[in-house]
Design a protein around this ligand. Structure first.
Ligand SMILES: [Zn+2]
Length: 323
């Protein structure tokens, strides 16, 4: 029986680890997920990931698939050469310093490639997703935090010390709110789900609008980002204003990035994008308004297409693009 070449990828999220096998056309052959259980500490998580990799390799062997390497996407900055986590990741305490690459290589006895999770996602969207075929792509994820990944000429831009692409921490207002990174007025301090909820709360403090009153059972304590988008879809003016404003803030930052890098496609993903309600449209409008016309003439701004699969698919591709 002839063997089929497939790719194995693992995406470590703050809540869940998503993993799977896919073929050279991006068709997912197996996909699964497990709770990250970050609270158990970094070493149990490391054991879990290695275990997942072995499970994928075992499954591949059963099906006569050939896997040449395992790819891992991790939160935080990662030294791609060594596979070591070199930056903090707020959702996984103690993860910084973890030698993911060398631990897994030794255990699996095959090449292991590790990169930042949003870099991995950008690769997947550029290969099989919303930016399919594009050589220059800026990818941004908007959710609990705001992450970024940049691909130029088909290669992930990692920078001189594996810290490039953190566009969420570009300052857009020097007098803006304090950011999780310690600075003030970063994109993330305006566009994260927490920042959106704060702005809604301020506006609703003197009384809930009828739509929010119904959605929140009368209490602001029940506010979530999903409810903001639900309110917007029911025509709530405050919800629509805050979503539009959040998109505008992101667009202000991305306009600068577009002027700097002149990408073919800007891909916007993450929990907030899933809400719809004109968010991506607001981002697009602001980019087009602010960036140079020569830079936006052929620019496409679009929602991410691969959803939860993007992280593990991109991780699985790491060896191909860089070897
Ligand atoms: Zn910041």
């Amino acid at each position: 029986m002839s063997e089929q070449r497939v790719y194995a990828g693992i995406d470590i999220g703050g809540t869940n680890i998503k993993f799977g096998l896919f073929d050279g056309d991006g068709k997912v052959l197996i996909r699964e997920q497990r709770p990250t259980m970050a609270e158990k500490g970094p070493m149990p998580l490391m054991h879990l990931i290695t275990n997942i990799a072995e499970r994928l390799l075992y499954f591949a062997a059963e099906e006569n698939y050939t896997v040449n390497w395992v790819g891992v996407g991790s939160p935080g900055a990662v030294d791609f050469k060594t596979g070591k986590v070199i930056g903090p990741s707020p959702n996984i305490v103690g993860w910084m310093g973890m030698e993911i690459g060398s631990i897994m290589k030794e255990r699996l006895n095959m090449p292991v490639y590790v990169d930042n999770d949003v870099n991995s996602m950008a690769l997947a969207e550029a290969r099989f997703g919303a930016a399919m075929g594009a050589r220059s792509v800026v990818c941004v994820t908007v959710g609990t935090g705001v992450g970024g990944g940049v691909i130029i000429d088909g290669q992930v831009v990692r920078g001189s010390s594996s810290s490039a692409g953190e566009l969420g921490h570009m300052t857009i207002d020097i007098d803006g709110p304090k950011c999780a990174c310690g600075n003030y007025g970063c994109i993330e301090s305006f566009c994260s789900s927490g920042a959106m909820m704060e702005r809604i709360k301020i506006r609703l403090n003197n009384g809930l609008s009828p739509v929010f009153n119904e959605l929140l059972d009368g209490s602001l304590d029940n506010l979530t980002v999903k409810k903001i988008f639900a309110a917007a879809k029911k025509g709530d003016q405050i919800a629509n204003e805050v979503i539009d404003e959040t998109g505008t803030y992101l667009g202000v930052g991305l306009a600068g990035i577009v002027n700097l890098l002149n990408p073919q496609v800007v891909v916007i993903g993450g929990g907030i994008t899933d809400g719809g309600a004109g968010f991506v449209e607001a981002v697009t409008t602001e980019i087009r308004k602010r960036a140079f016309s020569s830079a936006v003439e052929k620019l496409r701004v679009t929602r991410a297409a691969l959803g939860n699969d993007a992280g593990f698919i991109g991780a699985g591709l790491l060896g191909e693009v860089n070897s």
